[in-house]
Design a protein around this ligand. Structure first.
Ligand SMILES: Cc1ncc(COP(=O)(O)O)c(C=O)c1O
Length: 385
């Protein structure tokens, strides 16, 4: 089954472009609010890194989610879209002074801190602004995730986070600093995780760490478990909304919460992945010796995931109902890795046909580049058409 698209309206738009189905986005957000809302203390932040299109951010902000940012630019984008500063958390292994200052000036809720040198700088800059910075420490839980090696982040050798053995020392350091208030712990084990067992493993680790801290009378108010819930790239129509019930229920069952504790989630891909498609036009059908290539006008500059992670995106010819043939779908960029898919079935494709690369709402438009002096793709939401 193919997706349904407003194809007549697409004819007027310069390709390649991103199309965001805001009806699906709103239904996804409603499901998130309903499922998270069943568990007291659960609060969801949207990971802006997945898609920072201002119109998309605005819809997410209207649904009441907070924002998880990893740069000063993202803090600014979140504020511009209307997210209240006290619902913004800021993570990142290398925060520059201007970014920390911006977070302090805006009064964001929390800095997720990844090292003592960073903590010292935040303390110093907060002192200069006469402010108290609330911090969580990103702990590396040494929990593997069953996902692509480039997007697993919770193993001991990753650059992210503070080692578990250093956790108490860092909290102790923080308690001596005048302009720092310790709030809690932060984790993130990776992305595109579909096995709830990985999140259970994280919960078990958090339970151990909490017991350890409690034994030293250290109070943890907030636990931020990061993001990572995956989407079904194979079946964007059959599974347009991820299983948020299973996801939040897993945390509710497995995490041993203390009274009044808050659990923060930072979901990116699961919020926006399925509502986006990259729409591209077929330029040429080229017959190779053993294959035929559909050369399209989008390339790895518009959607880098297949070249970067060998990621799969379902591809559909939305202009044709003719019987299927086998194609390699490739872009125009001067790189041999500029291939979206090899040997896939598409309805017989002709020059001018529109092709949809599905499930491209997360880590698509936001990762686009201008390599080869190309224009950045534009993003359109349903209401624009
Ligand atoms: C710290 C942190 N939180 C949240 C996310 C969002 O992850 P996802 O899009 O898989 O939900 C990421 C992604 O890299 C991250 O690094």
């Amino acid at each position: 089954m193919k997706g349904t698209f407003p194809i007549d309206k697409f004819q007027e738009i310069q390709t390649p472009f991103y199309y965001y189905d805001t009806d699906l986005l709103r239904r996804t957000l409603k499901t998130i609010n309903e499922e998270a809302g069943k568990h007291p203390g659960f609060e969801v932040h949207y990971a802006v890194k997945a898609n920072a299109n201002p119109k998309v951010l605005n819809v997410i902000c209207q649904a009441g989610l907070g924002a998880d940012c990893v740069s000063g630019g993202e803090i600014q984008a979140a504020i511009n879209a209307g997210f209240p500063a006290n619902k913004i958390v800021y993570a990142g292994v290398g925060k520059s002074d201007w970014e920390i200052n911006l977070g302090l000036e805006k009064g964001i809720f929390c800095f997720n801190v990844e090292s003592i040198p960073e903590l010292e700088v935040i303390n110093e800059l907060a002192g200069k602004q006469n402010k108290i910075a609330q911090v969580c420490f990103r702990i590396n839980p040494d929990v593997g995730a069953h996902t692509h090696a480039n997007i697993t982040t919770g193993l001991a050798e990753n650059k992210f986070g503070i080692a578990m053995r250093d956790m108490e020392g860092v909290i102790e350091e923080a308690s001596k600093m005048k302009n720092i208030k310790f709030l809690g712990l932060h984790f993130h084990i990776g992305s595109q995780i579909l096995d709830m067992g990985d999140f259970e493993a994280l919960c078990n680790r958090i339970n151990e760490l909490q017991n350890q801290l409690e034994a030293h009378h250290i109070v943890v108010k907030n636990i931020n478990v990061g993001g990572g819930l995956g989407i079904d790239y194979n079946h964007p129509n059959r599974v347009p909304i991820p299983d948020f019930k299973d996801y939040f229920d897993t945390y509710a069952k497995k995490l041993k919460l203390r009274d009044g504790q808050k659990v923060h989630f930072e979901l990116g891909r699961a919020v926006v992945g399925q509502m986006g498609s990259l729409i591209t036009k077929t330029l040429y059908i080229k017959q190779g010796t053993a294959k035929q290539f559909a050369i399209v006008d989008a390339g790895m500059t518009d959607l880098i995931r297949p070249a970067l992670y060998q990621a799969f995106h379902k591809i559909e010819n939305i202009s044709s109902d003719e019987s299927v043939e086998t194609y390699d779908v490739v872009g125009p960029i001067c790189e041999s890795s500029d291939v979206f898919a090899k040997a896939i079935d598409l309805n017989k494709t002709h020059r001018g046909d529109l092709i949809a690369l599905r499930s491209a709402g997360a880590y698509g438009e936001i990762m686009a580049s201008q390599y080869n002096c190309r224009q950045l793709p534009k993003g359109y939401i349903t209401e624009d058409l």
